[in-house]
Design a protein around this ligand. Sequence first.
Ligand SMILES: Cc1cc2nc3c(=O)[nH]c(=O)nc-3n(C[C@H](O)[C@H](O)[C@H](O)COP(=O)(O)O)c2cc1C
Length: 184
Amino acid sequence: MAICGSPRIEGNTEYLLKTVLDEVEKEDIEVELIRLAGKEIQPCKACGHCTKGQGCSQRDDDFQEIFNTMIEADGIILGTPVYFGSATAQLMALLQRAGYVNRRSGNKCFSRKIGAPVVVARRSGHNFTLAQLMYFFTISDMVVPGSSYWNIAIGKDKRDVAEDKEGIETMRNLGKNIAWLLKK
Ligand SMILES: Cc1cc2nc3c(=O)[nH]c(=O)nc-3n(C[C@H](O)[C@H](O)[C@H](O)COP(=O)(O)O)c2cc1C
């Protein structure tokens, strides 16, 4: 599965994620794209409910449905545009809640699933943002495949990334590596 952290539908992040997923799908692996655009993910309220191993207490937003899909998936690709030097608030709210619920229930929800970050920006902030997403994967007992470059691309307006040849090639190669790893 891929989670698009952009609030912009059919924007650059979504374009890159679809490029990755197309390569995975070519290997007859089922894929799913979830957009956070239009969804409501409240921030963690630090209520402590999940520390009792009973999951997240907040049931009046879209968190639980996405979390359930993450648990079912064999691989999770996280995509975000750079917003003021970091990942979007929507994606971070999801990761902070999913990460905490996971850790407070034995840290096995995402164990040995494949994780891959994808980041786009107009100009700068890619590497820091890529690291933000990596923190989620590597504390969650996940396995991260590489590509021919860091999984980043350049673009401002919708579909600008289609012109970033190296970025697109990096996404295609990432998709091939994810498919290869999934089959191992
Ligand atoms: C609130 C906001 C903050 C942004 N901050 C940055 C930034 O720090 N660095 C940068 O290079 N681009 C920044 N951008 C540009 C986006 O990262 C860029 O337009 C990206 O392609 C948007 O991806 P999307 O089409 O998937 O939404 C920002 C855009 C917005 C709306």
